[in-house]
Design a protein around this ligand. Sequence first.
Ligand code: ACO
Length: 324
Amino acid sequence: MTRRAVVAGVGHRLPERVVENAAFESRLDTSDEWIRSRSGIERRHFAAEGECTSDLALAAARAALADAGLEPEDIDTVIVATSTPDLTFPAVATMVQAGLGMRHGYGFDMQAVCAGFIFALANAQALIGSGLARRVLVIGAETFSRILDWDDRTTCVLFGDGAGALILEAAEGTGAVSDRGVLACDLNSDGRQHGILYVDGGVSSTQTAGHLRMQGKEVFRHAVEKLAATAETVLASAGLGPDAVDWLVPHQANLRIIRGTAAKLGLPMQRVVVTVQDHGNTSAASIPLALSVAHADGRLRRGDLLLLEAIGGGLAWGSVLLRW
Ligand code: ACO
């Protein structure tokens, strides 16, 4: 028998304000056509003034609890993947815990930038597998609009705000790949690549939040190669090939990266969940947002095999094989 982290519910929250590509044309030398053709992005949501990462995370958590038919007292662990916390401390997860009225259990944040949700999911599986947790609320929540340089056309048009949440609960599986739940994980980082994607501020260095800086071309180059490699690794560790995958649910940064990775794996785009056109890059929130959207519109069916993968600042990257 193998103790698996099995999905019990999913939900999301997007800020109300939607900003179309054309809105950038009046103040930057850019165009809807450039943004669309280079990234696949058409619009994104931006948080309202005073609307924080914890507000989005809490709303997504409530939606996931409702989807699972569970109450906050049924949850024992809250993990929030974020690079844009409300405050330096305490953790956003403890804010969600308080917001849900939980007086038990524990919460903590996890920071692996755009790969944060993959790392959080792998940790949820590890906590459940070891018996340290029974029901884990895993949230990806971001307000990247707060760290964008609005004068830098090469970055500010690419990101958005939002949150998605998954509830994972312990279930005894047979150990076979036909089990529901997390089947395999692959995590990686390479700190030597710090300079191609980072924020130029922080508590211990500048005492400011800083702005996102990215060498897009370099990140792009690493992304397609590393995402295909991690996907192949996680499939091999489960003894499966790409043919077994019902849905590729990638981090939503750029449609060209998504297409390139799917092509390397030999997966047709009909089996890829794509939301980047409506959300932009919401970093750690992008995968749970995509899962929630595809669950709500009926694409994801119980028993489907999902391959989740992401890469972001660090560089940090990885993948999770999950039977829905
Ligand atoms: N509007 C118009 N022109 C622009 C814009 C813009 N918004 N931004 C850049 N350009 C220009 C550039 O200045 C350049 O002009 P030049 O040729 O005169 O120098 C030209 O367009 C081409 O720029 P490139 O950077 O070569 O464009 P590219 O096709 O590589 O697309 C992009 C850029 C979209 C950033 C792409 O490289 C990309 O998606 N990279 C990966 C980003 C990513 O995946 N990030 C994920 C992790 S994010 C995280 O972890 C937080």
